[in-house]
Design a protein around this ligand. Sequence first.
Ligand SMILES: NC(=O)C1=CN([C@@H]2O[C@H](COP(=O)(O)OP(=O)(O)OC[C@H]3O[C@@H](n4cnc5c(N)ncnc54)[C@H](OP(=O)(O)O)[C@@H]3O)[C@@H](O)[C@H]2O)C=CC1
Ligand SMILES: O=C1O[C@H](COP(=O)(O)O)[C@@H](O)[C@H](O)[C@H]1O
Length: 588
Amino acid sequence: MALSAAKLGSSRAAPRMILLNHATVSSIHLKSSPSSIYARGVGPRYWHLSIVCKKEAGTPPTSSISKAPLQKDIENGSCLGLSSEEYNREACLDASEQESTVSITVFGASGDLAKKKIFPALFALYYEDCLPKHFTIFGYARSKMTDAELRTMVSKTLTCRIDKRENCGQKMEQFLERCFYHSGQYDLEESLAELDKKLKEQEAGRLSNRLFYLSIPPNIFIDVVKSASKSASSKNGWTRVIVEKPFGRDTESSAALTRGLKQYLEEDQIFRIDHYLGKELVENLSVLRFSNLVFEPLWSRQYIRNVQLTFSEDFGTEGRGGYFDNYGIIRDIMQNHLLQIFTLFAMETPISLDAEDIRNEKAKVLHSMKPLQLEDVVIGQYKSHTRNGISYPGYTDDKTVPKNSLTPTFAAAALFIDNARWDGVPFLMKAGKALHTKQAEIRVQFCHVPGNLYKRCFGTDIDLATNELIIRVQPDEAIYLKINNKLPGLGMKLDRSNLNLLYSSRYSKEIPDAYERLLLDAIEGERRLFIRSDELDAAWELFTPLLKELEEKKIAPELYPYGSRGPVGAHYLAAKYNVRWGDVNTSE
Ligand SMILES: NC(=O)C1=CN([C@@H]2O[C@H](COP(=O)(O)OP(=O)(O)OC[C@H]3O[C@@H](n4cnc5c(N)ncnc54)[C@H](OP(=O)(O)O)[C@@H]3O)[C@@H](O)[C@H]2O)C=CC1
Ligand SMILES: O=C1O[C@H](COP(=O)(O)O)[C@@H](O)[C@H](O)[C@H]1O
């Protein structure tokens, strides 16, 4: 077993391996069921691995026991990744008495994302008993703050689940006691060394696993990783880094970021987050498709006319105009969130649910894409609008946005996959800010029924009679299938009805926030929902030529009023491929 001990976790450059074979190991015992990704919350959450080694020079101790959150963690780091010398010295000499600890450091703790998503998600995990027994949370930023001030700040962001309020106040107190703050510079090794000291105090000699969350602007990602690798990485456990988007703004800048990160990290230490992959209905997409016989056979050009992936927000870039103007909606939503859903939707059946098998299939989809043509894209920008006496600002009314900005706040695109399954099927994407509604959904329009016996009962518009499967990612999570049904009575009138799985009616459990799932996965070393560097490269290769062309040709976005349905150009684009946007009537 060759084990990639973290580059970050090691003060030495030499690869660290330990050969486990019949000559060195007399027996291996794996006790207790793990919290598999499909069994969260229903059993013990720890593997207990015992390796009884033969007593020979240079081999690990006779009996060593290691605990780790998941088998993957054992494989990916902790004590088994050490050379036999380190193995004895650092981790496993008396590992039977050693417990592991996880320290989570949030860089940019004073910022918006940390407050809005990261701390609340960590609390929710704590509340659900999903965090390891020994854990510590450190907020890190330049702002001056005491532990008590951080706790006050965090406490304002915490909420209890609607369905679980028992002991919530007490749990909050307990959680906050595990939160600390360190003020420091992002690029100073000394600051990170001070953090390291504080982390060690909390770790109290236990096997230390460290998760760093980069909730900071991307221009300082590398600084932090560099300083952390030198001064604050774990010496005997794993070290992982969650990286927030944007991962660059085109092929070149993304590659440069990846190169920078890989100077200090192995790919398997980098957790590139796309929080849409953590959304319940996106996670369910593969379950729906691969565990129900009725869907997978239909999942191809033979039965599917088109697929629509839509994202809309009913508010503008309020407060984030400065960031947004450098990116625009294609980079902000399409190149990542919608494209990730798209690859999950279109991929072939993976060999297994293993992260690499899934990510291999997703990457293949991206490599099979037809180049995206400018004529298959429509862009828009919202303008001010007054409704019911209330006036809504236009995008360029934001003081942080240049008055002559051409940055799109809306885009629609037609994409095609050049493979046997999807040849000729238009995948339409649409994303926009300041539209009439907040919604994200996947809509599958199936082919017309050949020689339909009932065609006379539909009138002339046969599109209205075709089946549609809708996966509503948010809000009001639902999966529904539009079918034709006979209206009860003596006549023969058909009615289009929904077979409707509305989550709030079917399940009483509150749906966890995407960040909860993703943070837990990162702690457990589960990479399935994180983006691998080759996926990222392929995603940028698809969009970079288009983005460059839009910028070089200074294509002006079509203006649309704040709160409207977006530019009409999106309808012409769909019509070019005989498609009608299914979300036009929101009740549908
Ligand atoms: N907010 C959101 O909804 C989303 C954010 N993201 C991404 O997550 C990351 C964090 O987002 P968000 O919290 O909104 O970011 P912020 O702009 O709020 O920055 C986070 C913290 O980083 C520090 N910081 C800000 N600018 C600089 C700078 N120029 N140099 C050094 N430090 C700086 C500040 O802390 P201090 O001054 O105390 O050090 C700030 O509190 C970003 O990469 C963002 O793109 C992704 C998706 C959604
Ligand atoms: O990544 C981003 O996502 C949010 C939308 O996320 P949601 O979970 O609230 O749907 C978007 O507002 C933001 O512009 C973008 O950067």
